[in-house]
Design a protein around this ligand. Sequence first.
Ligand SMILES: C[S@@+](CC[C@H](N)C(=O)[O-])C[C@H]1O[C@@H](n2cnc3c(N)ncnc32)[C@H](O)[C@@H]1O
Ligand code: SF4
Length: 384
Amino acid sequence: MRRDEHSFGVYVHWPFCLSKCPYCDFNSHVRHAAPDEARFVRAYQGELATLAARTGPRTVTSIFFGGGTPSLMQPASVAAILDAVALHFSVAADAEITLEANPTSVEAARFRGYRAAGVNRVSLGVQALDDGALQRLGRTHTAAEALAAVAIARASFARYSFDLIYAREQQTPEAWTAELKRAIAEAAEHLSLYQLTVEPDTPFAGLRAAGKLALPAPDCARALYELTQDICAQAGLPAYEVSNHARAGAECRHNLTYWRMHEYAGIGPGAHGRLDIGNARHASATEKRPEAWLMRVESLGHGLVTDDVLTREEIADEFLLMGLRLTEGIDPRSYARIAGRGLDPRRLAILNQEGAVEMTADGRLRVTPAGFPVLDAVVADLAA
Ligand SMILES: C[S@@+](CC[C@H](N)C(=O)[O-])C[C@H]1O[C@@H](n2cnc3c(N)ncnc32)[C@H](O)[C@@H]1O
Ligand code: SF4
């Protein structure tokens, strides 16, 4: 996807999981009884119809089933949602259609069904290639099962990616190097490598507060981050975003849409959107609680609880916050057009002297490898 090509993504959130991982603060819920999938599918179809009436004609360039655990959905449900997208919008011939999957054998068995439904890319939550670590992360699969799921993904889809979490309990640089190299040997074109974040109000936050979570110290975590960048770059999978690595041209187009601040719609419980309607950029969010979302859609035709028109300042801040996550950086002229003023040359000069940002030969501003570990501070400084 060319950088300047306008993209329009559709995000579909499936909010259920079989169990809740103790580090996770995504909008994911465990239910004792299986959710009424057909009823949920009708609600997704309803939200898509309402969305299309609002946006008017659009060409969808990517669709992303995220969660939660969308690989708990029946392939027929995924097919029905994709049919509804195609009914209301035109879908680009080369649209990227990704589904996030958990690597248990039951779910991997559905991969062919997803492919038949139109999914052309899977993103697997492998998380670790060590059984002890998987257990401590509360995962219900083993490393062998995860690798078996990766093999099925490889056989079923032209494109696949998987996620690992690093800077885990007691993880040494040596152990992570071996694990990452093993992962790279299994990867094709894309890997997502997340540093473990202890999110507030999760069981991990409680464990840490009780002194029962021995995570690497910040300087060790930073060393693991730098090791990750070096090993991946050497293997031909350089970072194109803080936590995402790909061969050139194999970046996740859906996520690029977020980071490049193009348009996306979010359907399903707790989904966010950024839509240009009229001359305004709208930031939307739907009801998070699955059953409340369902009832809202059934009575109103949509699950929106927030639909704010963003100010110029807010759009400009998001443009920096999202764009500077990418190694391609941002075009300062686009920033000036959005903000109505250019970036402060004095602040830019200081950040440049500190080695945190640089200008590329084609006039883009990007964060340097040394600046990425302090990205939040760089963005805050530029946006102030
Ligand atoms: C929406 S989640 C999960 C997808 C899928 N349900 C799974 O767990 O395999 C997407 C990814 O975010 C990452 N993630 C979630 N919580 C995290 C945390 N606290 N720290 C770092 N990475 C996290 C995991 O790698 C996960 O695969
Ligand atoms: S990490 Fe994935 S499987 Fe675990 S609770 Fe979060 S969304 Fe569900």
